[in-house]
Design a binder for this molecule. Structure first.
Ligand SMILES: [Zn+2]
Length: 513
């Protein structure tokens, strides 16, 4: 049995100043064919879950492209991406099934729904009879086109994201059961006219916890194969923007509709609960310096490196320098020019340079800094930092240490400091360019977590963004709007025609359309 596996993941902030062009897609190498399957990865994802299940079958690699979060995919880059995917998929055929690891919030200049475009192309190539299983990030923006061409859809249930491998394995198991004739997946989704700040979407705290508990309760019904919610990332100005509930049942479209509506109704009832005041960065620094414990990790959440921030905001850097702390404080800055200057000057040299504030010129200005180049780390196999961040150097300015690198990196991971030779346990304050995932990344080292908003491309104040394309009305732009989950249109999955032809009476289906 031949199961194709593809991984094409990027999370787009349509407000970003940095386009996702061909170079951005090539930063992490592009893989084709069997090379897709056996590349070691730093973090286990959906594909590792797929492989756990289909390893004993014939797993067939298709395409792997992963780009860091940034702005829209350019037209030229889209053409390359589609050409790779189509050629690789043709080479992989014939296939009995296809598993796709997608983000679900990938937008382009030509098409606001790149994930939908890829699933549609896959369907056109493999034909109507080959089941397609799709795995998505919790922050996916699920669209009608994505649902229409998929047979099975499941979504991460955690934020911080820690269940990718598990979700991948679950979808792969349903795909294998489908091929064995044991289940007939039926997908229904209900789009919810709301989007919410990301920093309050924490899966083990209410309100998101209550929603995730409902998905698990629904899945205790053996006819419900997958119950999930996409809590879309909130920096996407696209027409079909919004949360979505999506349920896959065994052969029962009506039951899937009932369960999806139930989830949508709960999510809708919580729509105001995600918006809470977010402290500013000055307030967060005051609280961190006043705290008796250390290290304190402060999320510079509006410069989120894994969600549309450019990682080069200088608000914290400038304020820390101004406060001239007595204990070590660590920040990261994405700045290819500065790191090249530091490398040219060499370890131990004193330099004065303009640091950061160049890519997100809308919100930050460069900081003029002087300090000593403590360390320069070229990209090499033996270093502990991801090679994709490029050349890396540490600038010491009194007790403020800036780890400077060329390209975006894992903002939620203290490895950015420890891999650069800075001991996280020695710090008073560490700045993480993350929104929620840092709570997981720093869980073994941090004694206190704080949020502090500084101006940036991924603001927690969603009303501050220039929305133009999103469909109206929608919460939070139209906070008083009314909406009835029980009357909302349904998106039906690929099996819809077949199930409609069955005319089977539903067992639990109060809703028959
Ligand atoms: Zn996410």
């Amino acid at each position: 049995m031949r199961i194709g596996i593809a991984k094409i993941m990027q999370e787009t902030s349509t407000f970003s100043t940095q386009p996702t062009d061909l170079a951005a897609m090539m930063v992490h190498q592009v893989y084709h064919g069997q090379d897709v399957l056996w590349q070691p990865t730093m973090w286990e994802g959906f594909v590792e879950g797929f492989l756990d299940v289909v390893r004993h079958l014939d797993a067939v690699g298709v395409t792997k492209v992963t780009a860091m979060p940034a702005g829209n995919l350019t037209a030229a880059a889209q053409a390359h991406l589609l050409a790779w995917f189509e050629a690789d998929l043709r080479a992989a055929m014939p296939l009995d099934g296809l598993l796709l690891s997608l983000h679900g919030a990938f937008a382009g200049d030509l098409d606001p729904d790149i994930d939908g475009l890829l699933i549609e192309r896959a369907r056109q190539l493999v034909g109507p009879d080959v089941p397609i299983g799709v795995c998505l990030d919790l922050h996916a923006n699920l669209t009608q086109r994505m649902v229409a061409h998929a047979d099975i859809i499941d979504v991460m249930h955690t934020h911080p994201h820690v269940d990718m491998k598990e979700v991948g394995a679950r979808v792969a198991r349903t795909l294998v059961a489908t091929l064995a004739g044991k289940v007939r997946p039926a997908v229904v989704a209900v789009k919810i006219p709301m989007f919410t700040p990301a920093e309050t979407q924490i899966s083990d705290e209410p309100p998101l916890r209550d929603l995730m508990e409902m998905t698990r309760r629904q899945e205790s019904n053996p006819r419900v194969l997958h119950s999930a919610v996409c809590a879309v990332q909130p920096w996407m100005d696209v027409p079909e923007m919004g949360w979505c509930a999506v349920v896959t049942t065994d052969g029962d479209m009506d039951l899937a509709a009932v369960k999806a509506r139930e989830l949508a109704a709960l999510a809708w009832s919580q729509r105001r609960d995600y918006t809470r005041p977010c402290p500013g960065y000055m307030e967060a620094l005051d609280a961190a310096f006043a705290a008796e414990v250390r290290p304190v990790v402060i999320a510079d959440l509006n410069d989120l490196m894994t969600g549309g921030g450019t990682g080069d905001s200088t608000w914290y850097l400038k304020e820390l320098l101004k406060r001239n702390p007595a204990d070590p404080c660590y920040v990261t800055v994405v700045d290819p020019e500065a790191v090249a200057r530091m490398a040219a000057a060499g370890e131990g040299a004193r330099v004065t340079l303009e640091l950061g504030g160049k890519q997100d010129h809308l919100h930050s200005t460069p900081a003029r800094v002087s300090g000593r180049v403590l360390k320069v780390m070229p990209v090499a196999p033996d270093r502990e930092l991801p090679e994709t961040i490029g050349l890396t150097a540490v600038l010491q300015m009194g007790q403020v240490y800036a780890v400077v690198f060329e390209r975006l990196g894992p903002g939620a991971d203290p490895m950015l400091y420890s891999g650069a030779g800075l001991d996280p346990t020695c710090a008073k304050i560490m700045i993480a360019k993350s929104v929620v995932d840092f709570r997981h990344g720093y869980k073994d080292v941090a004694r206190l977590f704080l949020l502090g908003a500084a101006p940036g491309l991924a603001p927690c104040d969603l009303l501050s963004l220039p929305w133009h394309r999103v469909q109206r009305p929608i919460v939070p732009l139209d906070p008083e709007m009314e909406w009835n989950p029980m009357a909302a249109p349904l998106y039906r999955g690929h099996g819809r025609a077949q199930f409609a032809a069955d005319q089977r009476p539903s067992r639990e289906g109060e809703v028959r359309e």
